[in-house]
Design a protein. Structure first.
Length: 415
C-alpha cells in the first residue's frame, strides 16, 4: 500500500504541475517513471521503458506527418474553401460550416489545437463581418473537434483505442465515434439555439453573407493527397491494416512524389503530443508493475456503488481536462479505471466513451489551448465577453457532459 499511495501521489503531482506550469506532461511522466520505477521499485532503465508505447508512437507520427503534408500542399485549404460553399450565402449557416470543417479535419487526423489555429482566425473574421457572435463560432469550432476527433482515423480515437487494447479492454471504434459525434452535435445544436438569438444583424441585411470565394480546382498533388486519406480510411476500417504504418506509407509516397511541399512536414509533426503520451503511458506501465493498479482494484471492488464511482471519474476527468491536456487525461485515467470495469457492473465500451465525452466537451475552456486561440483571434473589444462566455460554457459542460454521457452510456449497462 505505501508504494501504491506514493505512486498515486506522484501521478497527482504530475497532473497538477503540468497544469500550473508550462512543462510537457510527458517529460514529467518519464521523470516520474524513473523516480518511482528505478529509485523506489529498483527497476533497471530497460524495465522502466518496458511499457513505452512503440506502436502508438508509429501511429501518431504517421497520422500527424500525413496531415502536415496535406496542410503544406494546400489540401486542407482546399477542403476549407470547398466546405464554405455549403453556406450558400446564408449567415445563419456559417457557424455550422465551421462546425463541419472542424469535424472533418479532426476526423482525418488533425489535433484540435491545430484545427483551432487553422479555422479560428477565419471564423472570427466572418463573425466580425457578418454580425455573428464570436462566442458562438468559437464554441462550435471546439464542439466540431469533439465530434470528429474520436473517429477511427481521428487522433484521439486512435489514442483511446490504443490505450484500451494495451489494457485488455473491449473496444468498438464506431461506438466511440458515434457517441461522441451525436452528443457533440446535440450540444452544438443546443448552443446554437441559445446563442444565435442574440446575434447582431448582419451589416448587409438579415441573414445575408458575401458569397464564399470560388473553390479552386484540385491539382494533382492535392487530388493524390485526398486519395491518400481515402486509402487510409478504407485500409484501416475495411481491411484491418495497421493505421500507423499505412499513414506513414501514404505520407512517404507523397513526400517522394512531391518533395518540395513535404520538406518541412516532419517539423510540424505533433512531437509534443507524442512525448506527452509516451511519458504518461510509460509511467502507467510502472504503476501496473508495482501493484498500484491491483491495489486500486481491491479498493474499487470494495465500493458498493460502481456506477457512482464511474460518474465521479467522468466528473473528475471533465474538471481536470478544462485545465490540462485531454489526451493526457485519457491516457492516464483509462488504465487506472481498469479495476472498476473489472467489477463487471461497468461496461468498458460505454465507460470509455463517456469519459472521452466528459473530458473533451470542456476543451474550449479559456484555460485550454482551444479557448486561448479563440480569445487571441477575437476582436479586442469582444475578448472579455468571450472569456466569460467560454468560462460559463466549460463550467456547464463539466457538469452536463459527465451527467449526460453517464446517463446514456454507462447507467443503462447496454455497452
Amino acid at each position: 500500500m505505501p508504494t501504491a499511495l506514493l505512486s498515486i501521489g506522484v501521478l497527482a503531482a504530475v497532473l497538477v504541475v503540468a497544469t500550473i506550469r508550462p512543462v510537457n506532461m510527458g517529460v514529467l511522466g518519464l521523470v516520474a517513471a524513473f523516480v518511482v520505477g528505478s529509485l523506489v521499485g529498483g527497476e533497471s532503465p530497460d524495465e522502466v521503458l518496458a511499457a513505452f508505447p512503440a506502436e502508438l508512437f508509429v501511429v501518431l507520427v504517421g497520422v500527424t506527418y500525413l496531415f502536415a503534408i496535406a496542410r503544406a500542399n494546400g489540401t486542407v485549404q482546399w477542403i476549407v474553401e470547398a466546405t464554405f460553399r455549403l453556406a450558400g450565402g446564408r449567415t445563419s449557416a456559417i457557424p455550422w460550416v465551421f462546425f463541419l470543417l472542424s469535424t472533418a479535419i479532426c476526423g482525418i487526423g488533425a489535433l484540435p489545437p491545430a484545427v483551432g489555429a487553422i479555422l479560428m482566425p477565419i471564423a472570427m473574421s466572418f463573425a466580425a463581418t457578418h454580425g455573428i457572435r464570436p462566442l458562438l463560432v468559437s464554441i462550435l469550432v471546439g464542439l466540431g473537434s469533439t465530434a470528429g476527433s474520436f473517429a477511427p482515423t481521428g487522433l484521439l480515437g486512435i489514442i483511446v483505442r490504443g490505450v484500451q487494447v494495451d489494457n485488455g479492454l473491449a473496444t468498438d471504434p464506431l461506438v466511440l465515434f458515434g457517441s461522441t459525434f451525436v452528443i457533440g452535435t446535440a450540444v452544438a445544436v443546443a448552443t446554437y439555439v441559445l446563442l444565435a438569438r442574440r446575434q447582431t444583424p448582419a451589416p448587409d441585411g438579415p441573414g445575408a453573407a458575401t458569397a464564399p470565394p470560388a473553390t479552386a480546382k484540385l491539382n494533382l498533388q492535392q487530388g493524390l493527397t485526398l486519395l491518400g486519406f481515402v486509402v487510409l480510411t478504407v485500409g484501416a476500417l475495411v481491411f484491418g491494416l495497421d493505421i500507423g504504418f499505412l499513414a506513414l506509407t501514404v505520407a512517404a509516397a507523397l513526400a517522394l512524389a512531391f518533395p518540395a511541399a513535404s520538406r518541412t512536414a516532419v517539423k510540424e509533426v505533433s512531437w509534443d503530443i507524442i512525448l506527452l503520451m509516451a511519458g504518461i503511458l510509460t509511467f502507467v506501465g510502472v504503476l501496473q508493475r508495482n501493484g498500484t493498479i491491483g491495489w486500486l482494484g481491491a479498493t474499487v471492488t470494495a465500493v458498493d456503488a460502481p456506477l457512482i464511482a464511474a460518474f465521479l471519474i467522468c466528473l473528475i476527468g471533465a474538471v481536470v481536462s478544462a485545465f490540462a491536456s485531454t489526451t493526457g487525461i485519457l491516457g492516464a485515467v483509462i488504465p487506472l479505471s481498469v479495476p472498476l470495469i473489472a467489477t463487471g457492473e461497468i461496461g468498458a465500451i460505454g465507460f470509455v466513451a463517456a469519459l472521452a465525452i466528459s473530458s473533451s466537451l470542456v476543451d474550449v475552456s479559456p484555460f485550454s489551448t482551444g479557448g486561448a486561440i479563440a480569445m487571441a483571434n477575437a476582436p479586442e473589444p469582444e475578448r472579455p465577453a468571450i472569456y466569460r462566455g467560454l468560462l460559463r460554457f466549460s463550467a456547464a459542460m463539466a457538469i452536463v457532459g459527465p451527467l449526460l454521457s453517464w446517463s446514456v452510456l454507462i447507467a443503462p449497462g447496454w455497452l
